[in-house]
Design a protein around this ligand. Structure first.
Ligand code: HEC
Length: 106
């Protein structure tokens, strides 16, 4: 009986550790995307994606899917610079997914 509850405790602890890991991992990916966004994109798109400086599109209303975003961020378009030399593929994916969590302008 004692042995069984020890295993149960162990199982619960492992489960808690594994689920915390998942949450922390996700949070890290998000804040990394945000860090890149604020460093590279804010000057035209603004902190909320809606600044539209230098003719930039309002990202809050963008209907592009992930592939299309990655394509534009990688290769640039019109006034928007290409980021392939500046960001690696992983960073481009992170910042492209960050666009889904742009905060709404106050
Ligand atoms: C020098 C200003 C500038 C910077 C810096 C910039 N952009 Fe842009 N962005 C633009 C302009 C201008 C457009 C509109 C391009 C067009 O359609 O002609 C645009 C368009 C886009 C689009 C397409 C939106 C749509 O719905 O068509 C996405 C996505 C985008 N930018 C993401 C980013 C991301 C992510 C970054 C940072 C890595 C970034 N931009 C940095 C100027 C900029």
């Amino acid at each position: 009986m004692k042995k069984r509850s020890a295993w149960l405790t162990l199982f619960c602890m492992a489960w808690i550790i594994i689920s915390c890991n998942g949450v922390v991992g996700k949070r890290k990916a998000l804040s990394e995307g945000q860090r890149i966004y604020l460093a590279q994109c804010q000057r035209c798109h603004g902190a909320y994606g809606n600044a539209q400086l230098n003719g930039a599109k309002n990202l809050q209303y963008s209907t592009l899917n992930m592939d299309e975003r990655i394509h534009i961020i990688t290769n640039g378009k019109g006034v928007m610079p290409a980021f392939y030399g500046n960001l690696n593929a992983e960073e481009i994916t992170l910042v492209a997914s960050y666009l889904d969590s742009l905060p709404v302008a106050p």
